[in-house]
Design a protein around this ligand. Structure first.
Ligand SMILES: NC(=O)c1ccc[n+]([C@@H]2O[C@H](COP(=O)([O-])OP(=O)(O)OC[C@H]3O[C@@H](n4cnc5c(N)ncnc54)[C@H](OP(=O)(O)O)[C@@H]3O)[C@@H](O)[C@H]2O)c1
Length: 249
């Protein structure tokens, strides 16, 4: 069943995930505020007390509406990026599984599958990860390391870079990537925020208090506090969950 969202900001009627994000890609790509690099939207889910995982996984925080927005963001991305920690724990597979969505992408002039970008320092990724074992996926490993990956059936390329601004600029120049959707986790999100390369934040607020031992929130350790203003562009509701789209100032 397709989830239904209430449009809270700007106020309006009910919509589905595709209607909620209609025109989003063009709007973000049309915003040429930043001097270089592709646009980057961070998409994460957090409990009301800021936790991003329960028992080491994000799935218990999610529900069908969250997953539908997640897949619609993927559908509009040139590249989907995640930290190696998340790729290992969540056992990432091919980015777009739905044949209709792949067809919609093809019709819109996009690659059938977005590039899968994995940020890694260690390059310690097992070839049996579903994403690496998929011959139709193209993975770009981004980070300062010099090692290679053996045994993957996917196409694997490397961007050897010391920082994300350079890595993202290379993604744009070598792979024609205009829009990156980053799915976390909190270590990668903190590194991107520290470098101020995040253009938008999609935050799904899961209607739960989680508590527990101290653990990462949306941004893991950023070193010094680095306040960044957010402008609320869109707010949706589904059941007790809220979905906010912020532009990062
Ligand atoms: N709620 C949510 O939306 C959400 C989203 C994603 C994940 N999560 C949860 O978050 C947890 C995993 O998060 P995490 O913080 O451990 O992992 P992460 O942010 O996904 O990945 C961290 C890894 O990114 C790589 N990395 C870090 N800084 C880098 C840099 N400057 N350049 C290149 N690569 C860099 C390193 O990979 P190497 O280890 O290979 O060196 C590092 O270990 C899991 O519990 C997951 O379920 C929640």
């Amino acid at each position: 069943m397709t989830a239904s969202f209430r449009r809270l900001v700007p106020a309006g009627g009910e919509c589905d995930a595709r209607e909620a994000l209609a025109g989003w890609r063009d709007e973000l790509l049309g915003d040429r505020q930043r001097p270089r690099g592709p646009r980057l939207a961070l998409n994460m889910v957090a409990s009301v007390d800021g936790r991003v995982a329960i028992g080491g996984r994000s799935a218990p925080l999610s529900g069908p509406p969250d997953r539908e927005l997640f897949h619609e963001l993927r559908a509009q991305a040139d590249a989907v990026m995640a930290g190696a920690g998340t790729v290992r724990i969540e056992r990432y597979g091919p980015i777009i599984r739905d044949a209709e969505v792949r067809e919609r992408r093809r019709a819109a002039g996009l690659r059938e599958q977005p590039l899968a970008v994995i940020a890694s320092l260690s390059l310690d990724l097992q070839a049996d990860l579903p994403l690496l074992a998929d011959p139709d996926s193209h993975i770009v490993v981004l980070g300062p390391g010099t090692a290679t990956l053996d045994g993957a059936l996917a196409t694997v390329s490397f961007i050897r870079c010391e920082n994300f601004a350079d890595g993202l600029a290379e993604l744009q120049s070598h792979y024609d990537v205009g829009l990156v959707v980053c799915e976390g986790g909190p270590t990668l999100a903190a590194a991107l925020a520290r470098e101020r390369v995040v253009d938008e934040l999609f935050l799904a607020l899961s209607p739960r208090l989680v508590g527990g031992a101290p653990g990462p929130t949306l941004l893991a350790d950023t070193g010094e506090a680095m306040p960044q203003g957010l402008e609320l562009r869109q707010l949706l509701g589904a059941g007790d969950a809220l979905f906010a789209r912020y532009v990062v100032g």
